[in-house]
Each structure stands twice: as C-alpha cells, then as structure tokens.
Design a protein around this ligand. Sequence first.
Ligand SMILES: [Zn+2]
Length: 87
Amino acid sequence: MARLHIMREDGKTPGRTGLCGQSATSTLKSTMVVLDPMPAVPPDGLLWCPGCLGGLADRAGVAGFLGQLLSAVGYPEPAAETRTLGG
Ligand SMILES: [Zn+2]
C-alpha cells in the first residue's frame, strides 16, 4: 500500500522531502502528487506515513497528547496478513 507523506516546508528542499525524510520526486513508475490542504483522511489506496504523522504531531505540539492516546490504546499485535499470495 502506498503511503501519503507530509512534506516539510523548511530545510534544504522545501516541499520535496517528507517529515519522515522520504524524498518526493516523480519516477518512471510513480508521479508525485501534492494534496494541499492536507486531507482529513488519505485518498483511497493510500495510508498515512507513520513517521510523517509523528513528525507533524511533534511540530503541532500534540505529541504528548498522541502519546497519552496511544498509551490508552495499548500496544497492539501486528495486524494479521489479509492477502493471500498466488491466489
Ligand atoms: Zn513520510
């Protein structure tokens, strides 16, 4: 599943690097698409980049709140693989 990254607007390459450090450039196999403003949920077929969400929570000053929320949720087991290979 492709990830939706949150681009940083500062640093050496503003708008071209995710808060997680992922470089955002179009390639032969994928085209960079900018969604501005940030959507409330990722478009179909995409998932939030966990690193970018954590980075944005820190910048927004809500990392402590996010930590409290996650502490209340607990540490979940990894999701079971739902896809079947070769079938
Ligand atoms: Zn990211």
